[in-house]
Design a protein around this ligand. Structure first.
Ligand SMILES: *Cc1c(COP(=O)(O)O)cnc(C)c1O
Length: 384
């Protein structure tokens, strides 16, 4: 063969792939598809001997993230998706179809509430929202069309800790699937698959990524259900990109270190709020797990604290409508995550105008405590 001409050379300059470059960090398979040496080789994908054909179907980086979380959760299999929202959608569609009914907790993450309240009914899937504080109420809401019970292990923003064993055993009693959003707890604190949850979902955008630089979701669960969810993800195009999966995997490696520090900082910040006159109520759970109680702290500022002034005086603490990064951030649920929840339900849930949600980071604990003490003090003074 003669040498390649210019335009051909411009795209075919790479050395042939060798299986022998064993790099220490996993390469990013930033590719839409995989190539084959001949037709028999390609046939081997369809026969299940080769794993990769087209990156929307599967990709080594996205597989790593799904399988990595499944291993930590003690679940049979897992799949990574483009966002927490698409992981939730894929999980629901793996078990529910037109005519079915889903029973969901009323204090869900705002985006999930919107998906369940607006989109699922358009697909012919009915959703009832009930208070999960009392499982008898939940049981009464089960109908003969109910296929799924859906809740969150730790709720947002009031940090109610779900009775997972109760919810899962109720589902089993009625032969209904259970699905748990484990984003706030992470597998570091809780592993709902180990106590029988069928599907567990994560917004990997939060603690799994951990650095506020990747939007991703992960769904784990029984092999049969994950297979069904994968087929929805492929068809709906909810796949995660290789680079974002790679970032998610990098984040996962430090999940336990970050969670350990963030949980400790959060527990101490909550303690400091208990002693503060500027705080009328502290929401911080005490019964999540032996390893810690999560890294989210919510507070009701006392009536005499001006919320606008509080947010203006946070010094290095940033206002951000997300959570779980290594930096401490604050959000205002009334105007962000819970904006779309009807007023009546919002006040029933206890999400008022003095409520502030704090995502505690890995900084020095004393600096975090001082930053909030300062903001509260400034907001009190200016109000007088
Ligand atoms: C952020 C979040 C989601 C949605 O995840 P995205 O990655 O933003 O799509 C779902 N559930 C909980 C509890 C969340 O915090």
């Amino acid at each position: 063969m003669r040498e390649k001409r210019f335009n051909t050379q411009a795209v075919h300059f790479q050395k042939k792939e060798s299986a022998y470059h064993v790099s220490k960090a996993k390469p990013i398979y930033q590719t839409t598809a995989f190539t084959f040496s001949d037709l028999d080789d390609m046939e081997s994908f369809y026969e299940g001997e080769k794993s990769y054909l087209y990156s929307r179907y599967s990709n080594p980086n996205t597989d790593d993230l799904g399988v990595g979380i499944a291993l930590l959760e003690g679940a049979e299999d897992g799949v990574a998706t483009s966002s927490g929202m698409s992981a939730i959608l894929a999980g629901v569609l793996a078990v529910a179809k037109e005519g079915d009914h889903v029973l969901a907790s009323e204090d869900l993450y705002g985006g999930t509430y919107q998906l369940f309240e607006q989109e699922l009914p358009n697909m012919g899937i009915d959703v009832s929202f009930v208070s999960f504080g009392d499982l008898e109420t939940v049981e009464k809401a089960i109908t003969d069309r109910t296929v799924l019970i859906y809740t969150e292990s730790i709720t947002n923003p009031l940090l109610r800790v779900e009775d997972l064993e109760g919810v899962i055993s109720l589902a089993k009693k009625h032969t209904i699937y259970s699905m748990i959003d484990n984003t706030f707890a992470t597998p570091y604190l809780l592993q709902p698959a180990k106590i029988g949850a069928d599907l567990i979902v994560h917004s990997a955008t939060k603690y799994i990524g951990g650095h506020s630089d990747v939007n991703a979701g992960v769904l784990v669960g029984t092999a049969v259900l994950i297979q069904k969810a994968k087929s929805k993800i492929v068809t709906l195009g909810c796949n995660l990109t290789p680079f974002e999966a790679w970032l998610g995997c990098r984040g996962l490696k430090t999940l336990s270190l970050r969670m350990q520090r963030q949980c400790e900082n959060a527990a101490n910040l909550a303690k400091s709020f208990n002693k503060s006159a500027g705080v009328s109520k502290v929401y911080y759970p005490t019964d999540v797990s032996a390893k810690g109680n999560g890294a989210m702290v919510s507070i009701d500022l006392a009536e005499e604290v001006d919320v606008e002034e509080f947010f203006k005086n946070l010094s290095w603490v940033k206002i951000a409508p997300t959570l779980a990064g290594v930096e401490t951030t604050v959000s205002y649920p009334l105007r962000t995550s819970h904006r779309t929840i009807p007023d009546e339900l919002r006040s029933e849930l206890g999400i008022g105008k003095q409520l502030v949600r704090i995502s505690v980071g890995i900084e020095d604990e004393t600096d975090i405590i001082e930053a909030f003490q300062h903001a509260i003090k400034q907001a009190q003074i200016k109000n007088l």
